[in-house]
Design a protein around this ligand. Structure first.
Ligand SMILES: C[S@@+](CC[C@H](N)C(=O)[O-])C[C@H]1O[C@@H](n2cnc3c(N)ncnc32)[C@H](O)[C@@H]1O
Length: 190
């Protein structure tokens, strides 16, 4: 099976990923991943929305599994097989903010223990890193802000790559508030 990154928003897909999708006979993906891949899916290709993520391990060898952003950033790359990278939300956020990825520490909070993620983020920021925090819709930016020095900068990066992209930069003292469920947070001295 091939795990193909479709980018975190429209037109954030590599030529290699687009070609793999165009060659595919069977494609599996989430609603959002299928939407992003739609321009490259040929007529006649079987397209399945993933209903049960447990079953993905037993897919046929020629199946293409779509993963939003980059499969190796909290995506479906763990399934094994060939992985074709995509442009991740982390790359887009750091590009928009003009911060070098060399300074980045990734903290995954998506579907995980938020309190533990906040502790990890706070530690990384204290070491001088700029944290890219992979959030989920329930993640509390004020709770993260409360764990950081008041002058520390926090950016909420929403719907990256989409027409309604929104990036708001504030501080831990006055943290920005996400307005939608698809957002990531960048925190540190940047
Ligand atoms: C399961 S993770 C997948 C990340 C993906 N593999 C990537 O490379 O961007 C989903 C989380 O990534 C972040 N994310 C993904 N796409 C995003 C986008 N277009 N704008 C903002 N955040 C995004 C959000 O924190 C979202 O809840």
């Amino acid at each position: 099976m091939k795990i193909v990154g479709v980018g975190c928003g429209p037109d954030m897909i590599t030529a290699a990923a687009a070609a793999a999708i165009a060659r595919a006979k069977v494609v599996f993906g989430s609603d959002r991943a299928i939407d992003l891949a739609r321009p490259y899916i040929r007529e006649g290709t079987e397209v399945h929305e993933i209903a049960d993520y447990q079953q993905l391990r037993s897919l046929p060898a020629d199946a293409v599994v779509l993963s939003t952003g980059d499969p190796m950033l909290a995506g479906l790359g763990y399934l094994g097989g060939e992985v074709i990278p995509g442009i991740s939300s982390m790359q887009v956020a750091f590009a928009r903010l003009g911060v070098s990825l060399v300074r980045c520490a990734v903290v995954a909070a998506h579907g995980k223990d938020h309190a533990a993620a906040i502790r990890d983020a706070s530690l990384e920021v204290s070491r001088g890193k700029v944290v890219f925090l992979i959030a989920d819709p329930l993640f509390s930016v004020p709770d993260l802000a409360a764990a950081l020095p008041v002058e520390m900068r926090i950016a909420v990066c929403e719907n990256l790559g989409y027409p309604d992209e929104r990036i708001v930069v504030g501080t831990a003292g006055e943290p920005p508030v996400p307005e939608t469920g698809l957002f990531a947070v960048v925190a540190g001295r940047f």
